[in-house]
Design a protein around this ligand. Structure first.
Ligand SMILES: [Ca+2]
Ligand SMILES: [Ca+2]
Ligand SMILES: [Ca+2]
Length: 313
């Protein structure tokens, strides 16, 4: 009898060891996954501070937006489809790069693009900043926990500018950004360190892509219910719908683009955005998941042990 129970103890120890190792492996796996998303995809590149891809073909706002009908928006897709965002520290300047499905320049804007109107709002200082865009235009608000304190405004025809939120909520334009197209489908913004501080891994970003309209609110082309030759359709006419066609956001989960850009007409609730980057996930962390796996495994064996022990008495 005693011998059997000792043997059984050994078996339990072996099982627990396996569970422990599995837990460690999972922990390592999740950690690896997380780091891959947050840091560098290409370790040879200068100093990739942040990079994230965005789903292909989600240039439809919360889900139903359609492009303006005019010929200059052909093929009525891709032009505002953000595919990737990169922040690169390159010596004394930072590059902010945005890849799109397609870049065209039907009216020969000097920057090499015409359709895109992009805002990069940056939260670099914890707890300090604003929860509304600098000007009405995108028609969104920002997560209470992550107020922005820098703003890179990207538009053709000389409309690209950088702003820094100084003390006492004073928003100051800092001159000296350069914007252009590299390759066929990348907009690159070059921001010298005299203009904005060089990027850090602790920063958070809101990246909003709208359609450019020199006569629209803050250069945004508006969205309505019906749409038309020069306006987007598929929204509402009561101005709760964001004028954001693509948003840098995860493909799924509770901060997906369609959830973030959703608005509620009855409750008069517009879109509230979450940044990407150094954001605390309130979901289960990899550590918590591994611990749960370990506890569940230990619990199961403990229960089995107790059962067997009772059986042996
Ligand atoms: Ca996209
Ligand atoms: Ca801030
Ligand atoms: Ca998106």
């Amino acid at each position: 009898m005693k011998k059997g129970s000792e043997l059984f103890n050994l078996r339990i120890m072996a099982h627990l060891a396996v569970v422990f190792v599995l837990g460690l492996l999972m922990f390592g796996y999740f950690r690896g996954q997380q780091e891959a998303a947050l840091t560098t995809a290409d370790p040879s590149s200068d100093n990739l501070i942040f990079t994230m891809t965005d789903p292909v073909g989600d240039d439809f706002g919360p889900g139903n937006y359609i492009y303006p009908q005019h010929l200059s928006f052909e093929p009525h897709k891709d032009l505002l489809d953000l595919l990737a965002f990169r922040v690169i520290h390159k010596g004394e300047v930072a590059w902010y790069e945005l890849d799109f499905g397609l870049i065209k320049n039907p009216w020969q804007a000097p920057e090499g693009f015409f359709h895109q109107r992009v805002d990069i709002y940056i939260d670099s200082r914890d707890g300090y900043g604003r929860l509304l865009p600098a000007n009405p235009g995108a028609n969104v608000t920002f997560a209470r926990e992550y107020p922005w304190d820098m703003w890179i405004r990207i538009a053709p025809w000389g409309g690209s500018k950088a702003y820094f939120l100084e003390k006492d909520d004073k928003l100051i334009e800092r001159r000296g950004v350069e914007v252009g197209v590299v390759g066929d489908r990348t907009i690159r913004v070059i921001v010298p360190q005299e203009v904005l501080p060089l990027p850090k891994p602790t920063w958070r970003y809101y990246v909003l892509v709208g359609g450019y309209d020199g006569f629209g609110p803050d250069g945004y082309r508006v969205v309505t219910a019906r749409g038309g030759d020069w306006i987007f359709g598929g929204g509402t006419d009561n101005n709760l719908d964001p004028n954001v066609i693509d948003l840098l956001a995860p493909k799924s989960g509770k901060h997906s683009q369609s959830i973030q850009l959703a608005y509620n007409v009855e409750e008069k609730q517009g879109a509230v955005l979450m940044p990407v980057g150094n954001v605390k996930e309130s979901g289960p962390s990899p550590v918590a998941v591994s611990l749960l796996v370990l506890l569940a495994g230990a619990g199961a064996f403990g229960w089995q042990f107790a059962r067997k022990n009772r059986g042996q008495e």
